[in-house]
Design a protein around this ligand. Sequence first.
Ligand SMILES: Nc1nc2c(ncn2[C@@H]2O[C@H](COP(=O)(O)OP(=O)(O)O)[C@@H](O)[C@H]2O)c(=O)[nH]1
Ligand SMILES: [Mg+2]
Length: 294
Amino acid sequence: MSKYGVMVMGPAGVGKSTFCASLITHLQLNRRSAFYVNLDPAAEHFEHEPDLDIKDYIPLEDVMDELKLGPNGGLIYCFEYLMEHLDFFNPLDSLTEEYLIIFDMPGQIELYTHIPILPTLIRFLTQPGALDIRLCAAYLLEATFVVDRAKYFAGTLSAMSAMIMLEVPHLNILSKMDLVKDQMRKKDFKRFITPDTTLLDDDPADAARRRGGVTVDVNADPKDKDALMSGNSFKKLNTTVANLIESFSMVSYLKLDCTDAESVQAILSYIDDCIQYHEAQEPKELPEEEYEDE
Ligand SMILES: Nc1nc2c(ncn2[C@@H]2O[C@H](COP(=O)(O)OP(=O)(O)O)[C@@H](O)[C@H]2O)c(=O)[nH]1
Ligand SMILES: [Mg+2]
């Protein structure tokens, strides 16, 4: 019997936990079962109490205090500890195929790009004969990044890097769409759904810097952030990153507005398709009262 899950990932503050909460509310309203696993040892507030919580297993503050580590070092330690104590995931053993297991991940980007902990964790979760979870990754990036093309491409590069490293079906999602939908016409926004290099030709952040009188100075002090971020080398770097992303042609985005149930439903349908959730479900009998009107 397979299990089904989604791992919600992306940088800090992008809206992962909010998306998990919207997903759970939506599943409950549709009489589906969710099992919520919090894997962020620094998370504080939850709209839905986690069914399984890394914080109960290894509290980040204790790790930081005892080992004199900062928040990032502490997080890596927590994950290394988890990988040596995989019995933490035992409660998933008994879940049936009806459940959607939702993993709420931390935002430290090094976890997705620098160290091989996540591929190992995913291999463990998806291993046939063991937990055997059909898992997909949902990688969130903030839609507000589109106002600064450099940020948008840097975020897209991290999404692509996670995609290549994790080797599971992957959805890239622009979150917080409600914040940009009044600022940008639909037609203009379409250009950001599949990233391409022409976006760099009309960067409003670049234009704003020019208007603000920031000019390119080839002899600029490398410590001067403004000068660096408007210089030719920075432009060349962005163009190279954008070309790299375009040549891989792997990333395209779905749009998410957690305040809109239809938007959450649309993303859920993509998740269901990715993991082929519906194909494994037994037909359900509707309760008697639903026939009454007929
Ligand atoms: N406007 C808006 N704000 C959001 C949305 N999703 C999350 N946020 C806000 O963004 C902040 C960070 O959200 P959170 O879910 O904790 O991010 P995480 O660090 O990725 O888990 C919170 O203040 C949320 O209220 C959204 O769809 N629209
Ligand atoms: Mg969170």
